[in-house]
Design a protein around this ligand. Structure first.
Ligand SMILES: [Zn+2]
Length: 425
């Protein structure tokens, strides 16, 4: 279902022209209200920034810069543009340092988030009147804002949260939802969990699995395994807390995610090493950079997402226009093994082709700027490691150390998986 056909099928040039107008107004708003961008941009007026065609000349924004501008008086940061009475909601991210970073939204921002998220999730093919079970913990995290998009689509939403697989499977069996929203790791874990209890998820009512929260759901072999185990179609969605939830959502063609947040957000591609802008041509890959176009509470300009994506621009049979992306990993996670750039997601994609492997872990040993990798495979028969090692050599052009570990010896994940483990030498 296309939730907003007049918007989502609009020729991309028309979208771009509308976005150009919104962008110029957003830059003027930032110069007027954002101490952070007034100083960072250092331009006399919005006209000096030009339009979207010249956005690549402006500096990139790093998450770290925002954190560094936090003070006791302003715990949100110098990019805050709205007064206290204009802010309707404040999310937090825990980040890696333990200090929370806050994401404020005006009522209008919340509404735009939900509108974009609803388009992204509707692209999966779910229909009004159907039931969807969700496994997000709404709590303090931005992902919770996506939950309102299910009602916006006209679905009946059954929130069960995380932490209780028994309750989730019970809800599926008794309430018979047509769709489920999960992280890819949890969707895979559930298959294993069900097999161990003689439950056939293929016999359940679930015909669509919507995965989000981490990359991997679009990886062909992994997707095929999930689809087979669930007897359901798997599509993915992606967002980033600082910019918006489920900004992107895949349609039934399963050929990359459409920008559900079109009109709210402008996407760009850069070389993660040099920061140079790259054209969003078909097949191009690089780090995704996002700019708000009509945000109010704390808009960001050229924000580095650290998501490494591949772009598709061929027309999609679903009728939605604009570039599509597939996330192949986090730029921060990129490993350099004997001079070769490798994403853990690529290693994962290969491992997932081998049904004999129940779980795995990627151990990284860093020596200076270079990494060495050992892949631990949970297999019944250690001989299975030979085929995986050979697949690494053929597909990655690398000889990686592979070791067998006993069944059920590695951790399982319900939320974001942590399969890459960095170890001291
Ligand atoms: Zn499509």
């Amino acid at each position: 279902m296309i939730l907003a056909p007049e918007i989502e099928t609009r020729p991309w040039e028309e979208q771009r022209a509308a976005d150009d107008t919104a962008y110029r107004e957003q830059v003027a708003y930032l110069l007027d209200r954002s101490p952070f961008y007034r100083e960072k941009l250092g331009i006399p007026d919005a006209a000096a920034a030009g339009g979207l065609d010249a956005i690549g000349d402006l500096p990139l924004t790093e998450k770290q810069e925002l954190r560094a501008s936090v003070t006791a008086q302003n715990p949100i940061g110098a990019h805050l543009c709205a007064s206290r009475d204009e802010i309707a909601r404040i999310y937090s991210t825990s980040g890696t340092t333990g200090t929370p970073s806050y994401i404020p939204l005006t009522a209008g921002d919340v509404d735009n988030w939900i509108a974009g998220s609803a388009r992204s999730y509707a692209a999966s093919g779910v229909e009004p009147g159907q039931r969807i079970v969700s496994t997000y913990n709404a709590g303090p995290f931005a992902a919770g804002a996506a939950l309102a998009s299910f009602e916006r689509i006209g679905l009946c939403h059954i929130p069960v949260g995380t932490g209780n697989t028994e309750r989730l499977v019970r809800a599926i069996q008794l309430l018979e939802p047509e769709a489920a929203v999960l992280t890819p790791s949890y969707a895979a874990h559930l298959l294993e969990w069900a097999v161990a209890r003689d439950i056939d998820l293929r016999a359940s009512s679930v015909r669509r699995i919507l995965v989000a929260g981490e990359p991997g759901g679009g990886e062909p072999a992994f997707r095929a395994a999930l689809e087979d185990g669930w007897g359901a179609r798997v599509t993915e969605a992606m967002g980033i807390g600082d910019i918006g939830v489920s900004l992107w959502g895949e349609c039934e063609e399963q050929d990359g995610m459409h920008l559900g947040a079109r009109g709210f957000v402008h996407p760009e591609l850069i070389d993660p090493e040099t920061g140079a802008a790259l054209a969003m041509d078909d097949g191009a890959s690089g780090e995704l950079v996002l700019s708000h176009l009509r945000h109010r509470a704390a808009p960001l300009l050229r924000f580095r997402t650290r998501d490494h994506v591949v772009v598709r621009t061929t027309p999609c049979p679903c009728g939605r226009t604009g570039p599509r992306v597939r996330c192949i990993g986090r730029t921060d996670d990129m490993l350099i093994v004997r001079g070769v750039n490798v994403f853990p997601a690529a290693i994962e994609g290969i491992v997932r082709r081998f049904p004999a492997v129940d779980e795995f872990q990627i151990e990284v040993f860093r020596d200076g700027a270079l990494d060495e990798v050992r892949v631990l495979l949970e297999v019944e028969d250690a001989a299975a490691t030979v085929a995986v090692r050979e697949a690494f050599r053929v597909d990655l052009g690398l000889r990686l150390e592979v070791a067998a570990v006993p069944p059920r010896s590695l951790p399982r994940y319900e939320l974001k998986a942590r399969r890459v483990v960095r170890r001291a030498q």
